[in-house]
Design a protein around this ligand. Structure first.
Ligand code: AQP
Length: 331
């Protein structure tokens, strides 16, 4: 019997500091699940993270920490390719080519560019503007079928699809047009201090975000302080975005539906609920934190995984880059 081709998956994450619970629920947790049925490539997108000013020594450390954390969260080098984007030069090369097939107007409409240029008005660099082209190159280089991402990256993925379709329209079937893969619950985990904005690792308010390295006391304290409303019933109503966010987190990690959560906390008030969510998150993260410390301390293991990942990713990437170069007449 002919073996059916497994869908290819590509996803990346920036090493701009530690990962949040939003990164974990929205993206990384799905990375683990997809490894059984798909051919997975996962990368630490270091080139993306220099669009904001950074400290070189800190970036160097964060790249390794990010890779170690992905392994701790279940990325398995036996079943997936884990690599650092900057180790595969084809990303930057394809990005330049694709930028010549991307319209200025398209990039001007990207909400992340608008948000980030408002946040850093002193450094609205061209890289911040062309970031989505590099992301398109990351995906299209590997002919990915599926891209597991949180809801905030939908617009960038749509642009990658448009670029692929435009290129294919001119040169024939060069790129696979990728589909997004979103979690059933938790595609957009919100800030614990402002449930109208997403939980973001660059948030300066530590109480707004749960970091994957936070200990149980910090986690429970942050959930206790989470902004909710003046009522006391745990239910998923539209005017209760803080409670809905906590229910989303609890549901994503415990597998319980909103109805089951409402029944569990009927008549028990917000105090009990916040404690339960905190304990659930702390127990999910405890084994990850143990693994993270172990992997980070094992320098030769981590170096080996990343060298092997870079070599496997480069081989695949070069194939696409060579095809693109031939199609457009550079070769
Ligand atoms: N709050 C979130 N809820 C669900 N998913 C999220 N993701 C990020 N925040 C949430 C998903 O995590 C993946 C990796 O994100 P990234 O680090 O590459 O970029 P980001 O979206 O810019 O993440 P942050 O935390 O908001 O970083 P900063 O503060 O540096 O801008 C993506 O799949 C993303 O959807």
């Amino acid at each position: 019997m002919e073996e059916t081709k497994r869908p290819r998956v590509l996803s990346g994450i920036q090493p701009t500091g530690g990962f949040t619970l939003g990164n974990y629920i929205g993206a990384i947790r799905n990375w683990d699940k997809l490894q059984d049925d798909c051919e997975c490539l996962y990368c630490v997108v270091d080139l993306h993270s220099i669009t904001i000013r950074h400290e070189p020594a800190a970036l160097r450390r964060q790249i390794r920490e990010a890779a170690a954390m992905l392994l701790a969260c279940g990325v398995d080098p036996g079943r997936a390719v884990l690599f650092i984007q900057g180790d595969v030069s084809a990303h930057a090369e394809l990005s330049w080519i694709l930028s010549c097939y991307t319209q200025f107007g398209e990039l001007s409409r990207m909400t992340q560019f608008k948000d980030k240029s408002q946040k850093h008005p002193e450094n609205v660099n061209a890289g911040l503007f062309t970031y989505p082209v590099l992301m398109a190159a990351d995906i299209l280089l590997y002919q990915a079928d599926l891209v597991p991402i949180g809801a905030d990256q939908k617009q960038h993925l749509e642009l990658a699809r448009n670029i692929a379709e435009r290129f294919n329209g001119i040169y024939g079937e060069v790129f696979t047009v990728p589909e997004g893969y979103f979690p059933k619950v938790g595609g957009r985990v919100m800030s614990l201090q402002d449930p109208a904005s997403k939980m973001s690792k660059s948030d300066e308010n530590e109480n707004a975000k749960i970091m994957l390295t936070d200990g149980p006391d910090a986690i429970i304290r942050k959930f206790k302080r989470a902004v909710t409303d003046s009522e006391s019933t745990v239910c998923a109503a539209e005017n209760k975005p803080g409670i809905v966010n906590l229910m989303t987190i609890y549901s994503a990690l415990s597998g319980r539906s909103f109805e089951e959560i409402e029944r569990e906390f009927e008549g028990r008030g917000y105090g009990d609920f916040k404690l339960a969510v905190g304990e659930c998150v702390a127990s999910e993260l405890a084994p990850i934190q143990g693994e993270y410390a172990r992997i980070l301390a094992d320098k030769s293991y981590l170096d080996g995984v990343l060298a092997e990942g870079a070599s496997r990713a480069s081989a695949l990437a070069q194939r696409t880059l060579a095809k693109v170069s031939r199609k457009i007449g550079l070769k």
